[in-house]
Design a protein around this ligand. Structure first.
Ligand code: UT7
Length: 325
């Protein structure tokens, strides 16, 4: 019998500290950095974001999201036999956030590792977990996107620091004899490293280079609009589906203008676009599972719906997963 994987539970978590654009603009004004709610809303669609407290790490956010995904799937952590965390802001250089999360979940033994593909991390991690389930290497996986991007923001750079937030989202992906994940399509092009990066590293006990995020927003914007369309089409073709078969489009939540342009190119009505960027900002690898869980819990997404998840970000990386929920 064919073996597939399907999502059986979703969860998410946002740290309690919420800053509206006005709150952030006030804080930045204290540092001599000028921005406004009007600029941020008009250029990005973002209205608020959450920042984690200083003693809270990626694995803490991931733990909360996983517990809620496990509850939704009616499973216990001990039932899980694979943990993959997509993150670019792990707790430590090593070990992985996934190993730290595993310990916080109170379990041991199953493989646990991080996937680093920046804002495409969740679609990369979901694709890896799907492949491992299909080959029989795993039966019940926790696939997580979790970030504390506030730690790597340059609060003197208004072109980037207003865009990002912290949070986590998770899904339980289980082996199934009916298809859940239908197709995926992943890509990277490392020649674009410089347009979105944190160009620092740890050496000899010191940070070498710059440990804060740098982005050429317009270059990223142009690339993102093109690859989100092409990877959606490639994924639909692999699954033998048409644009009209998509019930919900859940792109990486970076900028409402990019998301709406993708929906238009795919001839999807804007009502089919799941939008959380307004409330979460860009949470990198966490943005897609956060949006997914929000839409599931609000009753928008129902069993049997066809979902297109799409990531794009630093690397340059991009990709999509189409699935039957
Ligand atoms: O997560 C990975 C994927 N990331 C993305 O998808 C991000 C893609 N890029 C974008 O979303 C957009 O390029 C941004 C939102 C980052 C910028 O929007 P833009 O429409 O490309 O603005 P811009 O960079 O062309 O800047 C326009 C103006 C500039 O002023 P001048 O030179 O025209 O006088 C900026 O200095 O807006 C100014 N500006 C700001 N003003 C107020 C830039 N940031 C701010 C700010 N507040 N926060």
């Amino acid at each position: 019998m064919a073996r597939y994987s399907r999502i059986t539970g979703t969860g998410s978590y946002l740290p309690p500290r919420r800053l509206t654009n006005a709150d952030l603009a006030n804080e930045l004004a204290g540092r001599g950095v000028e921005t406004s709610d009007e600029w941020i809303v008009e250029r990005t669609g973002i209205r608020a974001r959450h920042f984690a407290a200083a003693d809270v790490s990626t694995s803490d956010l991931a733990l909360q999201a996983c517990q809620s995904a496990l509850d939704a799937a009616q499973l216990r952590a001990a039932d899980i036999d694979l943990i993959i965390v997509a993150t670019s802001t792990p707790d430590m250089v090593f070990p992985s956030a996934a190993c730290i999360l595993q310990n916080k979940l109170g379990v041991a033994g199953c493989p646990a590792f991080d996937v680093q593909a920046v804002c495409s991390g969740f679609v990369y991690a979901l694709t890896v977990a799907d492949a491992m389930i299909k080959t029989g290497a795993a039966n019940k996986a926790l696939v997580v996107g979790a970030e504390v991007f506030s730690r790597i923001l340059d609060f003197s750079d208004r072109t980037t620091c207003v865009l990002f937030g912290d949070g986590a989202g998770a899904v339980v992906l289980e082996a199934s004899d009916t298809p859940g994940i239908l197709a995926s399509d992943l890509h990277a092009d490392g020649k674009h490293v410089g347009i979105l990066c944190v160009p620092g590293n740890v050496s000899g006990g010191k940070v070498l280079g710059d440990a804060l995020l740098k982005m050429d927003g317009q270059a990223v914007f142009k690339l993102a609009v093109g690859v989100l369309e092409s990877s959606a089409r490639a994924t639909l073709a692999k699954a033998g589906l048409q644009e009209a078969d998509i019930d919900w489009l859940i792109p990486h939540q970076a900028n409402i203008r990019i998301m709406q342009s993708t929906a238009k190119k795919l001839k999807l009505p804007l009502e089919k676009l799941v939008v959380t960027v307004d409330q979460h900002g860009n949470t990198s690898a966490a943005s897609i599972p956060l949006a997914l869980d929000t839409a599931v819990r609000s009753g928008k997404i129902n069993k049997g719906d066809t979902l297109m998840l799409e990531g794009v970000g630093g690397g340059f990386t991009w990709g999509a997963v189409v699935l039957n929920y």
